[in-house]
Design a protein around this ligand. Structure first.
Ligand SMILES: Cc1cc2nc3c(=O)[nH]c(=O)nc-3n(C[C@H](O)[C@H](O)[C@H](O)COP(=O)(O)OP(=O)(O)OC[C@H]3O[C@@H](n4cnc5c(N)ncnc54)[C@H](O)[C@@H]3O)c2cc1C
Length: 464
Protein backbone atom coordinates (compact mmCIF):
# COMPACT_ATOMS: atom_id res chain seq x y z
CA UNK A 1 0.00 0.00 0.00
CA UNK A 2 1.47 3.42 -0.85
CA UNK A 3 1.85 5.79 2.10
CA UNK A 4 -1.68 6.96 2.63
CA UNK A 5 -2.10 10.69 2.44
CA UNK A 6 -4.38 11.75 5.25
CA UNK A 7 -7.02 13.95 3.68
CA UNK A 8 -10.45 14.46 5.08
CA UNK A 9 -12.46 13.48 2.02
CA UNK A 10 -15.00 10.71 1.43
CA UNK A 11 -14.28 7.79 -0.90
CA UNK A 12 -15.57 8.46 -4.42
CA UNK A 13 -15.18 6.76 -7.79
CA UNK A 14 -12.58 8.06 -10.25
CA UNK A 15 -11.85 7.15 -13.85
CA UNK A 16 -8.33 7.87 -15.06
CA UNK A 17 -8.28 8.03 -18.89
CA UNK A 18 -4.99 6.74 -20.35
CA UNK A 19 -2.85 3.90 -19.03
CA UNK A 20 0.56 5.51 -19.59
CA UNK A 21 2.91 6.42 -16.75
CA UNK A 22 0.93 9.60 -16.06
CA UNK A 23 -2.31 7.63 -15.64
CA UNK A 24 -0.60 5.08 -13.39
CA UNK A 25 0.97 7.75 -11.17
CA UNK A 26 -2.34 9.59 -10.78
CA UNK A 27 -4.12 6.31 -10.01
CA UNK A 28 -1.45 5.50 -7.41
CA UNK A 29 -1.83 8.87 -5.68
CA UNK A 30 -5.64 8.70 -5.67
CA UNK A 31 -5.54 5.20 -4.14
CA UNK A 32 -3.16 6.59 -1.49
CA UNK A 33 -5.91 9.12 -0.72
CA UNK A 34 -8.41 6.34 -0.14
CA UNK A 35 -10.23 6.68 -3.48
CA UNK A 36 -11.87 4.05 -5.70
CA UNK A 37 -9.94 4.13 -8.99
CA UNK A 38 -10.38 2.64 -12.48
CA UNK A 39 -7.99 3.21 -15.41
CA UNK A 40 -9.31 3.05 -18.98
CA UNK A 41 -6.66 2.40 -21.63
CA UNK A 42 -7.52 2.39 -25.34
CA UNK A 43 -4.77 -0.07 -26.32
CA UNK A 44 -4.81 -3.78 -25.45
CA UNK A 45 -1.75 -3.26 -23.20
CA UNK A 46 -0.85 -0.67 -20.59
CA UNK A 47 2.05 1.76 -20.81
CA UNK A 48 1.39 4.05 -23.79
CA UNK A 49 4.74 5.34 -25.04
CA UNK A 50 6.57 3.08 -22.57
CA UNK A 51 4.85 -0.11 -23.68
CA UNK A 52 6.86 -2.99 -25.12
CA UNK A 53 6.61 -5.37 -28.04
CA UNK A 54 8.18 -8.53 -29.40
CA UNK A 55 11.27 -8.12 -31.59
CA UNK A 56 12.76 -11.41 -32.76
CA UNK A 57 12.90 -13.51 -29.61
CA UNK A 58 13.02 -10.61 -27.18
CA UNK A 59 10.44 -8.26 -25.66
CA UNK A 60 11.65 -4.69 -25.27
CA UNK A 61 10.31 -1.09 -25.28
CA UNK A 62 8.74 0.14 -28.54
CA UNK A 63 10.54 3.44 -27.95
CA UNK A 64 14.00 3.69 -26.35
CA UNK A 65 14.01 4.54 -22.65
CA UNK A 66 16.81 5.19 -20.18
CA UNK A 67 16.70 6.44 -16.59
CA UNK A 68 19.04 9.12 -15.23
CA UNK A 69 20.61 9.10 -11.77
CA UNK A 70 18.77 12.39 -11.19
CA UNK A 71 15.31 10.89 -11.98
CA UNK A 72 14.37 10.87 -8.30
CA UNK A 73 10.57 10.58 -8.60
CA UNK A 74 10.87 7.70 -11.02
CA UNK A 75 13.37 6.01 -8.73
CA UNK A 76 10.87 6.46 -5.85
CA UNK A 77 8.21 4.64 -7.87
CA UNK A 78 10.69 1.90 -8.73
CA UNK A 79 11.57 1.56 -5.03
CA UNK A 80 7.91 1.30 -4.14
CA UNK A 81 7.43 -1.59 -6.54
CA UNK A 82 10.71 -3.26 -5.53
CA UNK A 83 12.75 -2.67 -8.71
CA UNK A 84 15.00 0.32 -7.93
CA UNK A 85 17.83 -1.76 -6.51
CA UNK A 86 17.95 -3.75 -9.75
CA UNK A 87 18.72 -0.78 -12.02
CA UNK A 88 21.83 -1.45 -14.03
CA UNK A 89 23.80 1.86 -14.32
CA UNK A 90 26.11 2.17 -17.29
CA UNK A 91 28.49 4.91 -18.41
CA UNK A 92 27.54 6.18 -21.85
CA UNK A 93 29.28 7.69 -24.83
CA UNK A 94 27.86 10.20 -27.28
CA UNK A 95 28.74 10.44 -30.94
CA UNK A 96 28.20 12.89 -33.78
CA UNK A 97 27.82 12.24 -37.46
CA UNK A 98 29.06 15.37 -39.19
CA UNK A 99 30.53 15.95 -42.67
CA UNK A 100 30.27 12.23 -43.42
CA UNK A 101 32.35 11.24 -40.40
CA UNK A 102 31.52 9.60 -37.07
CA UNK A 103 33.05 11.45 -34.15
CA UNK A 104 33.13 10.85 -30.43
CA UNK A 105 31.77 13.77 -28.38
CA UNK A 106 31.75 12.18 -24.95
CA UNK A 107 33.96 14.60 -23.01
CA UNK A 108 35.24 18.17 -23.03
CA UNK A 109 38.54 17.30 -24.74
CA UNK A 110 36.68 15.70 -27.66
CA UNK A 111 34.28 18.59 -27.79
CA UNK A 112 37.17 21.05 -28.11
CA UNK A 113 38.36 19.20 -31.23
CA UNK A 114 34.96 19.10 -32.96
CA UNK A 115 36.15 19.46 -36.60
CA UNK A 116 33.25 21.24 -38.30
CA UNK A 117 33.83 24.31 -36.09
CA UNK A 118 36.69 26.76 -35.66
CA UNK A 119 38.15 27.01 -32.13
CA UNK A 120 36.29 30.30 -31.60
CA UNK A 121 32.99 28.70 -32.69
CA UNK A 122 33.60 25.71 -30.40
CA UNK A 123 34.21 27.98 -27.44
CA UNK A 124 31.03 29.92 -28.15
CA UNK A 125 29.07 26.67 -28.51
CA UNK A 126 30.50 25.33 -25.23
CA UNK A 127 29.81 28.67 -23.54
CA UNK A 128 26.17 28.56 -24.69
CA UNK A 129 25.65 25.08 -23.25
CA UNK A 130 27.30 26.06 -19.97
CA UNK A 131 25.28 29.29 -19.77
CA UNK A 132 22.01 27.43 -20.54
CA UNK A 133 22.78 24.97 -17.74
CA UNK A 134 23.11 27.86 -15.25
CA UNK A 135 19.81 29.54 -16.10
CA UNK A 136 17.29 28.91 -13.35
CA UNK A 137 14.13 30.44 -14.80
CA UNK A 138 12.76 29.35 -18.16
CA UNK A 139 10.10 32.08 -18.18
CA UNK A 140 12.28 34.68 -19.89
CA UNK A 141 13.50 32.11 -22.43
CA UNK A 142 9.94 31.22 -23.32
CA UNK A 143 9.50 34.67 -24.85
CA UNK A 144 12.39 34.26 -27.32
CA UNK A 145 12.61 32.07 -30.37
CA UNK A 146 15.17 29.29 -30.05
CA UNK A 147 16.85 30.46 -33.27
CA UNK A 148 17.26 34.04 -32.08
CA UNK A 149 18.62 32.95 -28.71
CA UNK A 150 21.10 30.44 -30.12
CA UNK A 151 22.36 32.81 -32.81
CA UNK A 152 22.90 35.44 -30.12
CA UNK A 153 24.92 33.20 -27.80
CA UNK A 154 26.62 30.70 -30.14
CA UNK A 155 27.09 32.97 -33.16
CA UNK A 156 25.97 32.34 -36.74
CA UNK A 157 28.74 29.82 -37.55
CA UNK A 158 27.95 27.36 -34.75
CA UNK A 159 24.23 27.94 -35.27
CA UNK A 160 24.34 27.07 -38.99
CA UNK A 161 26.76 24.15 -38.65
CA UNK A 162 25.50 22.49 -35.45
CA UNK A 163 22.32 23.90 -33.91
CA UNK A 164 20.26 24.32 -37.07
CA UNK A 165 20.74 20.73 -38.35
CA UNK A 166 20.03 19.41 -34.85
CA UNK A 167 16.91 21.56 -34.46
CA UNK A 168 15.66 20.54 -37.90
CA UNK A 169 16.36 16.87 -37.16
CA UNK A 170 14.37 17.06 -33.92
CA UNK A 171 11.60 19.54 -34.79
CA UNK A 172 11.43 19.85 -38.59
CA UNK A 173 10.25 23.33 -39.62
CA UNK A 174 8.44 23.65 -36.28
CA UNK A 175 11.77 24.89 -34.85
CA UNK A 176 10.77 28.33 -36.20
CA UNK A 177 7.91 28.55 -33.68
CA UNK A 178 9.84 26.92 -30.84
CA UNK A 179 11.04 28.97 -27.88
CA UNK A 180 14.50 28.97 -26.29
CA UNK A 181 12.98 27.11 -23.30
CA UNK A 182 13.22 23.96 -25.44
CA UNK A 183 17.03 24.03 -25.61
CA UNK A 184 17.23 25.02 -21.93
CA UNK A 185 15.18 21.97 -20.91
CA UNK A 186 17.37 19.57 -22.95
CA UNK A 187 20.61 21.07 -21.66
CA UNK A 188 19.44 21.03 -18.05
CA UNK A 189 18.55 17.30 -18.21
CA UNK A 190 21.86 16.29 -19.76
CA UNK A 191 23.80 18.44 -17.29
CA UNK A 192 21.93 16.84 -14.42
CA UNK A 193 22.83 13.41 -15.81
CA UNK A 194 26.50 14.33 -15.73
CA UNK A 195 26.42 16.07 -12.35
CA UNK A 196 24.77 13.19 -10.56
CA UNK A 197 27.12 10.76 -12.26
CA UNK A 198 30.31 12.45 -11.04
CA UNK A 199 30.94 14.09 -14.43
CA UNK A 200 30.27 10.85 -16.25
CA UNK A 201 27.04 10.36 -18.10
CA UNK A 202 25.38 7.38 -16.44
CA UNK A 203 22.17 5.91 -17.80
CA UNK A 204 20.22 3.07 -16.26
CA UNK A 205 17.55 0.52 -17.11
CA UNK A 206 15.63 -2.09 -15.19
CA UNK A 207 16.34 -5.65 -16.41
CA UNK A 208 13.31 -6.67 -18.44
CA UNK A 209 12.78 -3.06 -19.56
CA UNK A 210 9.52 -1.13 -19.18
CA UNK A 211 7.50 -4.31 -19.79
CA UNK A 212 8.67 -5.51 -16.39
CA UNK A 213 8.19 -2.12 -14.70
CA UNK A 214 4.64 -1.84 -16.03
CA UNK A 215 3.71 -5.40 -15.11
CA UNK A 216 4.97 -4.96 -11.59
CA UNK A 217 3.40 -1.51 -11.14
CA UNK A 218 -0.01 -2.63 -12.41
CA UNK A 219 0.13 -5.75 -10.18
CA UNK A 220 0.96 -3.72 -7.09
CA UNK A 221 -1.82 -1.19 -7.78
CA UNK A 222 -4.35 -3.93 -8.60
CA UNK A 223 -3.62 -5.53 -5.23
CA UNK A 224 -4.40 -2.14 -3.68
CA UNK A 225 -7.80 -2.02 -5.39
CA UNK A 226 -7.16 -0.52 -8.84
CA UNK A 227 -9.49 -1.67 -11.62
CA UNK A 228 -7.83 -1.82 -15.06
CA UNK A 229 -9.81 -1.71 -18.31
CA UNK A 230 -7.61 -2.24 -21.36
CA UNK A 231 -8.97 -2.05 -24.96
CA UNK A 232 -11.39 0.55 -23.56
CA UNK A 233 -11.11 3.84 -25.46
CA UNK A 234 -13.10 6.64 -23.83
CA UNK A 235 -15.27 8.27 -26.47
CA UNK A 236 -17.26 10.82 -24.48
CA UNK A 237 -17.52 12.21 -20.96
CA UNK A 238 -20.79 14.00 -20.10
CA UNK A 239 -22.43 15.36 -16.96
CA UNK A 240 -25.11 12.95 -15.75
CA UNK A 241 -28.56 14.51 -16.01
CA UNK A 242 -30.23 12.42 -13.31
CA UNK A 243 -27.82 12.82 -10.40
CA UNK A 244 -24.23 13.65 -9.53
CA UNK A 245 -21.36 12.25 -11.57
CA UNK A 246 -20.10 11.92 -15.11
CA UNK A 247 -21.35 9.39 -17.65
CA UNK A 248 -18.48 7.92 -19.61
CA UNK A 249 -19.10 6.25 -22.97
CA UNK A 250 -16.55 3.64 -24.09
CA UNK A 251 -15.62 2.50 -27.60
CA UNK A 252 -17.72 -0.65 -27.32
CA UNK A 253 -20.82 1.51 -26.70
CA UNK A 254 -21.03 0.76 -22.97
CA UNK A 255 -21.52 3.57 -20.46
CA UNK A 256 -20.41 3.78 -16.83
CA UNK A 257 -20.87 6.53 -14.24
CA UNK A 258 -17.96 7.93 -12.22
CA UNK A 259 -17.89 10.75 -9.67
CA UNK A 260 -14.72 12.17 -11.25
CA UNK A 261 -12.66 11.75 -14.41
CA UNK A 262 -8.98 12.68 -14.87
CA UNK A 263 -7.93 12.58 -18.51
CA UNK A 264 -4.21 12.16 -19.23
CA UNK A 265 -4.50 11.79 -23.03
CA UNK A 266 -3.19 14.30 -25.60
CA UNK A 267 -4.86 17.72 -25.49
CA UNK A 268 -6.67 17.59 -28.89
CA UNK A 269 -8.06 14.18 -27.85
CA UNK A 270 -9.30 15.58 -24.52
CA UNK A 271 -11.07 18.32 -26.48
CA UNK A 272 -12.86 15.73 -28.65
CA UNK A 273 -13.82 13.58 -25.67
CA UNK A 274 -15.92 16.17 -23.83
CA UNK A 275 -18.50 18.17 -25.80
CA UNK A 276 -19.46 20.21 -22.73
CA UNK A 277 -16.13 22.01 -22.46
CA UNK A 278 -16.43 25.71 -23.33
CA UNK A 279 -15.30 26.91 -26.75
CA UNK A 280 -12.37 28.73 -25.11
CA UNK A 281 -11.24 25.51 -23.38
CA UNK A 282 -11.56 23.58 -26.63
CA UNK A 283 -9.61 26.22 -28.56
CA UNK A 284 -6.79 26.07 -26.02
CA UNK A 285 -6.68 22.27 -26.10
CA UNK A 286 -6.80 22.15 -29.90
CA UNK A 287 -4.10 24.82 -30.27
CA UNK A 288 -1.41 22.71 -28.59
CA UNK A 289 0.96 21.42 -31.27
CA UNK A 290 2.70 18.13 -30.70
CA UNK A 291 5.85 16.48 -31.89
CA UNK A 292 5.25 12.95 -33.16
CA UNK A 293 7.75 10.21 -33.93
CA UNK A 294 8.36 7.37 -36.34
CA UNK A 295 10.83 5.02 -34.71
CA UNK A 296 12.29 1.78 -36.02
CA UNK A 297 13.53 -0.96 -33.67
CA UNK A 298 16.21 -3.12 -35.22
CA UNK A 299 17.52 -6.36 -33.71
CA UNK A 300 21.05 -7.05 -34.99
CA UNK A 301 23.61 -9.83 -34.82
CA UNK A 302 26.43 -7.29 -34.40
CA UNK A 303 26.45 -3.76 -32.97
CA UNK A 304 26.80 -0.82 -35.33
CA UNK A 305 27.98 1.94 -33.02
CA UNK A 306 29.92 2.40 -29.75
CA UNK A 307 27.74 5.43 -28.86
CA UNK A 308 24.37 5.34 -27.12
CA UNK A 309 23.27 8.37 -29.13
CA UNK A 310 24.77 9.46 -32.41
CA UNK A 311 23.50 12.97 -33.17
CA UNK A 312 23.37 13.81 -36.84
CA UNK A 313 24.17 17.16 -38.42
CA UNK A 314 24.39 16.03 -42.07
CA UNK A 315 21.08 17.12 -43.56
CA UNK A 316 20.90 14.31 -46.16
CA UNK A 317 20.36 11.77 -43.33
CA UNK A 318 16.60 11.33 -42.86
CA UNK A 319 16.94 10.33 -39.18
CA UNK A 320 17.05 12.37 -35.99
CA UNK A 321 19.66 10.10 -34.38
CA UNK A 322 20.96 6.55 -34.18
CA UNK A 323 20.40 5.00 -30.75
CA UNK A 324 22.49 1.91 -29.98
CA UNK A 325 20.52 0.62 -26.99
CA UNK A 326 22.87 -2.31 -26.50
CA UNK A 327 25.62 0.08 -25.36
CA UNK A 328 23.48 0.24 -22.20
CA UNK A 329 21.26 -2.83 -22.13
CA UNK A 330 23.27 -6.01 -21.58
CA UNK A 331 23.30 -8.00 -24.80
CA UNK A 332 23.88 -11.41 -23.18
CA UNK A 333 21.39 -11.24 -20.30
CA UNK A 334 18.67 -9.06 -21.88
CA UNK A 335 18.85 -9.32 -25.66
CA UNK A 336 19.59 -12.99 -26.30
CA UNK A 337 23.18 -12.16 -27.31
CA UNK A 338 21.93 -9.73 -29.97
CA UNK A 339 22.05 -5.93 -30.31
CA UNK A 340 19.24 -3.38 -30.36
CA UNK A 341 19.26 -0.16 -32.35
CA UNK A 342 16.51 2.49 -32.59
CA UNK A 343 16.18 4.80 -35.56
CA UNK A 344 13.86 7.70 -34.67
CA UNK A 345 12.59 10.52 -36.83
CA UNK A 346 10.66 13.22 -34.95
CA UNK A 347 8.05 15.14 -36.94
CA UNK A 348 5.32 17.69 -36.15
CA UNK A 349 1.94 15.99 -35.51
CA UNK A 350 0.47 17.08 -38.88
CA UNK A 351 3.47 15.92 -40.94
CA UNK A 352 2.68 13.36 -43.65
CA UNK A 353 5.94 11.54 -42.83
CA UNK A 354 4.17 10.08 -39.78
CA UNK A 355 2.07 8.02 -42.21
CA UNK A 356 4.97 6.71 -44.30
CA UNK A 357 4.58 2.94 -44.78
CA UNK A 358 6.72 0.58 -42.74
CA UNK A 359 8.38 -0.74 -45.90
CA UNK A 360 9.31 2.73 -47.13
CA UNK A 361 10.70 3.74 -43.73
CA UNK A 362 12.65 0.48 -43.49
CA UNK A 363 14.23 0.96 -46.92
CA UNK A 364 15.12 4.56 -46.06
CA UNK A 365 16.74 3.47 -42.79
CA UNK A 366 18.72 0.57 -44.23
CA UNK A 367 20.06 2.48 -47.24
CA UNK A 368 21.04 5.36 -44.93
CA UNK A 369 22.91 3.05 -42.55
CA UNK A 370 24.75 1.49 -45.51
CA UNK A 371 26.05 4.95 -46.38
CA UNK A 372 26.85 6.00 -42.80
CA UNK A 373 28.59 2.82 -41.59
CA UNK A 374 31.04 0.93 -43.88
CA UNK A 375 30.62 -2.24 -41.82
CA UNK A 376 26.81 -2.26 -41.87
CA UNK A 377 25.11 -4.98 -43.89
CA UNK A 378 21.44 -5.91 -44.21
CA UNK A 379 22.43 -9.52 -43.45
CA UNK A 380 23.11 -8.32 -39.91
CA UNK A 381 19.40 -7.52 -39.34
CA UNK A 382 17.41 -10.18 -37.46
CA UNK A 383 14.18 -8.22 -37.08
CA UNK A 384 12.96 -4.72 -37.98
CA UNK A 385 9.75 -3.09 -36.77
CA UNK A 386 8.36 0.44 -37.04
CA UNK A 387 6.47 2.19 -34.21
CA UNK A 388 4.73 5.55 -34.56
CA UNK A 389 3.14 8.02 -32.20
CA UNK A 390 1.38 11.19 -33.29
CA UNK A 391 1.26 12.79 -29.85
CA UNK A 392 4.61 12.51 -28.08
CA UNK A 393 5.54 15.91 -26.64
CA UNK A 394 3.78 19.28 -26.71
CA UNK A 395 5.90 21.80 -28.63
CA UNK A 396 7.37 24.56 -26.46
CA UNK A 397 6.18 27.46 -28.63
CA UNK A 398 6.68 31.17 -27.80
CA UNK A 399 4.78 32.13 -24.60
CA UNK A 400 3.54 28.57 -24.32
CA UNK A 401 2.77 28.67 -20.58
CA UNK A 402 0.38 31.63 -20.98
CA UNK A 403 -1.80 29.68 -23.41
CA UNK A 404 -2.25 26.43 -21.50
CA UNK A 405 -5.79 25.10 -20.98
CA UNK A 406 -6.99 24.73 -17.38
CA UNK A 407 -6.50 21.44 -15.51
CA UNK A 408 -9.68 22.01 -13.48
CA UNK A 409 -12.19 22.37 -16.31
CA UNK A 410 -15.58 24.08 -16.39
CA UNK A 411 -17.23 20.63 -16.28
CA UNK A 412 -17.47 19.75 -12.55
CA UNK A 413 -15.39 16.66 -11.76
CA UNK A 414 -13.64 16.57 -15.16
CA UNK A 415 -9.89 17.22 -14.99
CA UNK A 416 -7.52 17.56 -17.97
CA UNK A 417 -4.07 16.69 -16.63
CA UNK A 418 -1.53 15.57 -19.22
CA UNK A 419 2.15 15.97 -20.06
CA UNK A 420 1.43 19.16 -22.05
CA UNK A 421 1.68 20.91 -18.66
CA UNK A 422 5.40 20.10 -18.36
CA UNK A 423 7.06 23.53 -18.41
CA UNK A 424 10.32 23.05 -16.59
CA UNK A 425 11.90 20.25 -18.54
CA UNK A 426 11.68 18.11 -21.66
CA UNK A 427 9.36 15.13 -21.92
CA UNK A 428 10.54 12.14 -19.91
CA UNK A 429 9.03 9.73 -17.43
CA UNK A 430 10.44 11.52 -14.37
CA UNK A 431 9.01 14.91 -15.43
CA UNK A 432 5.70 13.29 -16.34
CA UNK A 433 5.14 11.63 -12.99
CA UNK A 434 6.48 14.64 -11.05
CA UNK A 435 3.92 16.79 -12.85
CA UNK A 436 1.15 14.26 -12.16
CA UNK A 437 1.96 14.21 -8.45
CA UNK A 438 2.22 18.00 -8.08
CA UNK A 439 -0.81 19.00 -10.11
CA UNK A 440 -3.00 16.34 -8.55
CA UNK A 441 -2.04 17.63 -5.08
CA UNK A 442 -2.23 21.36 -5.91
CA UNK A 443 -5.17 21.60 -8.31
CA UNK A 444 -7.27 18.45 -8.74
CA UNK A 445 -7.51 17.34 -5.12
CA UNK A 446 -8.37 20.77 -3.59
CA UNK A 447 -11.11 21.21 -6.22
CA UNK A 448 -12.48 17.74 -5.46
CA UNK A 449 -12.44 18.38 -1.69
CA UNK A 450 -14.24 21.71 -2.18
CA UNK A 451 -16.87 20.07 -4.40
CA UNK A 452 -17.65 17.20 -2.04
CA UNK A 453 -18.29 19.77 0.67
CA UNK A 454 -20.90 21.43 -1.57
CA UNK A 455 -23.61 18.83 -2.27
CA UNK A 456 -24.88 18.44 -5.83
CA UNK A 457 -28.26 20.23 -6.44
CA UNK A 458 -29.92 17.12 -7.96
CA UNK A 459 -28.74 15.01 -5.00
CA UNK A 460 -30.24 17.65 -2.66
CA UNK A 461 -33.56 17.50 -4.49
CA UNK A 462 -33.62 13.70 -4.28
CA UNK A 463 -32.87 13.79 -0.53
CA UNK A 464 -35.61 16.44 0.09
C1 LIG B 1 11.02 7.87 -28.85
C2 LIG B 1 10.85 8.18 -27.39
C3 LIG B 1 11.93 8.09 -26.53
C4 LIG B 1 11.78 8.37 -25.18
N1 LIG B 1 12.86 8.25 -24.36
C5 LIG B 1 12.72 8.44 -23.03
C6 LIG B 1 13.80 8.18 -22.14
O1 LIG B 1 14.89 7.77 -22.54
N2 LIG B 1 13.61 8.41 -20.80
C7 LIG B 1 12.42 8.86 -20.31
O2 LIG B 1 12.29 9.03 -19.08
N3 LIG B 1 11.37 9.11 -21.14
C8 LIG B 1 11.49 8.91 -22.47
N4 LIG B 1 10.42 9.13 -23.32
C9 LIG B 1 9.22 9.81 -22.79
C10 LIG B 1 8.24 8.91 -22.07
O3 LIG B 1 7.91 7.81 -22.87
C11 LIG B 1 7.00 9.77 -21.74
O4 LIG B 1 7.39 10.80 -20.87
C12 LIG B 1 5.87 9.03 -21.05
O5 LIG B 1 5.69 7.75 -21.55
C13 LIG B 1 4.57 9.85 -21.19
O6 LIG B 1 3.53 9.18 -20.52
P1 LIG B 1 2.01 9.67 -20.59
O7 LIG B 1 1.25 8.79 -19.70
O8 LIG B 1 1.96 11.14 -20.33
O9 LIG B 1 1.59 9.53 -22.11
P2 LIG B 1 1.31 8.22 -23.01
O10 LIG B 1 2.34 7.21 -22.76
O11 LIG B 1 1.13 8.74 -24.40
O12 LIG B 1 -0.07 7.66 -22.45
C14 LIG B 1 -1.33 8.09 -22.88
C15 LIG B 1 -2.19 6.86 -22.98
O13 LIG B 1 -3.54 7.25 -23.29
C16 LIG B 1 -4.08 6.27 -24.13
N5 LIG B 1 -5.27 6.86 -24.80
C17 LIG B 1 -5.32 7.75 -25.82
N6 LIG B 1 -6.60 8.03 -26.12
C18 LIG B 1 -7.37 7.35 -25.26
C19 LIG B 1 -8.78 7.25 -25.06
N7 LIG B 1 -9.66 7.93 -25.80
N8 LIG B 1 -9.24 6.42 -24.07
C20 LIG B 1 -8.38 5.71 -23.28
N9 LIG B 1 -7.04 5.77 -23.45
C21 LIG B 1 -6.53 6.59 -24.41
C22 LIG B 1 -2.95 5.92 -25.07
O14 LIG B 1 -3.17 4.66 -25.70
C23 LIG B 1 -1.77 5.90 -24.08
O15 LIG B 1 -1.56 4.62 -23.54
C24 LIG B 1 10.52 8.81 -24.67
C25 LIG B 1 9.42 8.88 -25.55
C26 LIG B 1 9.57 8.57 -26.88
C27 LIG B 1 8.39 8.62 -27.80
Amino acid sequence: MPDSISEDAPRRSWLVVGGGVMGLKIARDLIARGQDVTIAEAAPVMGGLTSAWQLGDIVWDRFYHVTLLSDSKLRDVLSEIGLESEIDWVETKTGFYADGKLLSMSNTAEFLKFPPLSMFERLRLGGTIFYASKIKSWRRLEKLSVEKWLRRWSGNGAFEKVWLPLLKAKLGDAYKQTSAAFIWAHTARMYKARRSGAKKEMFGYVPGGYARILDQWVNVLTEQGLTVRTSSPVIQVATANDGPGLDVTFGNGGTQRFDNVVSTIASPLISKSCDELTSVEKQKLDAIRYLGVVCASMLLKEPISPYYVTNITDTWVPLTAVIEMSTIVNSETQLGGNHLVYLPKYLPDDHEGLNETDDDYKEKCLSTLEKMYDHFSRDNVLDFKVARAKYVAALATIDYSTRLPPIVTSVPGFYALNSAHILEGNLNVNETITLGETKLADEVWPDFVARVKTPHPVANLQQA
